[in-house]
Design a protein around this ligand. Sequence first.
Ligand SMILES: [Mn+2]
Length: 296
Amino acid sequence: MLTTTLQPGLAIGSEVDFRVLPGDPLAPAPFRQAGSSVRGLVDASAEVAAISYRTVLLSDIHLGSPDCNVQRIVDVLTRLRCEHLVLIGDIIDFWKLSKGGSWHADHLRVLSLILDKLRAHRTRVTYLRGNHDDLMRHLEGLQLDGLHIAETLKLEMAGRRYLVLHGDVFDHTVRTGWLPGRVADSAYNALLAVNRLYNWQRRRRGLEGFSIAGAIKRRVGGAVRYVERFEGHMASLAKTNGCDGVICGHIHCPADKLIDGVHYLNSGDWVESMTGVCLSWDDALSICDWSRQRVG
Ligand SMILES: [Mn+2]
């Protein structure tokens, strides 16, 4: 089991191992070079009807938070068909709910849609806990029909072996010189509240929403270094666990890059980016961006 003292170099446990094998092993998709943002990102907005992938990995939906873009995730889950859905933590924001939060019918609808996938579509669903839904840790190891609850997962996709986990395990290390966990969370929440007001004004002027936190993570020194440290730790964790790649969430910063020979993928979130990692039926792994699709 993971603890807060885990360091890169230690193997991790409590994993569910899945092997995703295409009918014909195709050459793996070429990696993109390291960059500060998601390049070559698939614009999923063009897909107006069914969204069909072999495997879809989503994280940081934050149900129960006023900052969750719940209509967008409802829209995507309604149209999504896949063999395997991996939820990489912070799906339900119990931190927010413990302070009241914001829970309405659409938040429950997200959970219903996920259960529908299990029941009606025979989708395999793997739920990996995050820090905001750490309560799921108590259900770790549960396997019920197609539902698996675990801490980490190893997936073979596109000819490579990926370690999949939320990514909060190094918070105590990564945040050194930046902000401690709960303080950072409060500062982030305050920023999101300002962002909500700012976007409300932008939309009144007919402009698209803008993520202030996203801009800070891309441009402000301390935040940029935090993101880089996080990504480096995740890449070394993948290596020490015998994997060629890592897929995580947590920092709300979608990315697809190569770090020290490790393929680093971050699925992003449903607060700022509206993205996920998707494996197509012809075995291509990419980040899908649903931020610009029309909803409702
Ligand atoms: Mn998190």
